[in-house]
Design a protein around this ligand. Structure first.
Ligand code: DX5
Ligand code: ZN
Length: 220
């Protein structure tokens, strides 16, 4: 059986006690800490940036920091997020020209980070075709990026299956992460479609029994 990883998104954590929030999900068995960076341009919301990643890295030297950049021209910030301590960086295919996306991904790899490429709900699977071979992860959005706690978009499942089928041919070790609306009822659907890394914001941080919810999401 596939090994499912759970990546709690700190977007819905209580920022006044972020260290306790992160510690609690790590203790509860979270595999990654998902960090949603938003610039108010690529998405209609602003979250946080480089200093938050720096602080988290200082407090949690061993944590896997899965940084999801929802910002325009992400290449300008790849080095800063790497220096701040990102383990993995995901850019949006829609956030710049193909040339600059390629440069940004190459820069991230040269700096030793794992790389991912994300697509919004309206972007078809085929758009990823030229990129699949070099990636560590594909991130399929199951909500319009920008906010936590939105309803899961079931219509994205065929896209996940199509991407998984192509990855199995050209880059079998590449992960598929799914982000948005993941809850106990939607997690198994995303897993069946082919996702193996699940981002969950409100489902995890809105729940007192974090170990219990993480086990449930993982399908245990
Ligand atoms: C949305 C973010 C998500 C979000 C998920 O733009 O990328 O990571 O925090 O939140 P939930 O799990 O609450 O839908
Ligand atoms: Zn995200």
């Amino acid at each position: 059986m596939t090994n499912i990883k759970i990546a709690p998104s700190i977007l819905t954590a209580d920022f006044t006690k972020l260290d306790e929030e992160i510690q609690s999900v790590l203790d509860a068995g979270a595999d990654y800490i998902h960090v949603d960076v938003m610039d108010g341009q690529f998405v209609p919301n602003i979250s946080f940036g480089v200093p938050i990643v720096e602080s988290i890295r200082r407090a949690f030297p061993e944590a896997f920091l899965d940084v999801h950049l929802m910002i325009v021209q992400p290449g300008h910030f790849v080095e800063a997020f790497c220096k701040a301590g990102a383990s993995h960086i995901t850019l949006h295919l829609e956030s710049d020209t193909p040339e600059r996306i390629a440069e940004a991904l190459a820069a991230a790899r040269d700096l030793g980070m794992r790389t991912g490429l994300s697509i919004k709900p309206a972007t078809p699977a085929e758009a990823l075709e030229p990129w699949l071979e070099g990636l560590d992860m594909v991130l399929v959005m199951t909500v319009e990026p920008g906010f936590g706690a939105q309803p899961f978009m079931f219509d994205q499942m065929p896209k996940i299956s199509a991407i998984r089928a192509r990855l199995d041919q050209v880059n079998p070790s590449c992960d598929i992460e799914v982000d948005g609306g993941i809850k106990p009822d939607t997690a198994p659907i995303a897993i069946r479609a082919g996702a193996n890394v699940l981002v969950a914001g409100s489902a995890v941080f809105g729940h007192d029994d974090r170990a219990g919810i993480i086990r449930t999401l993982r399908g245990e």
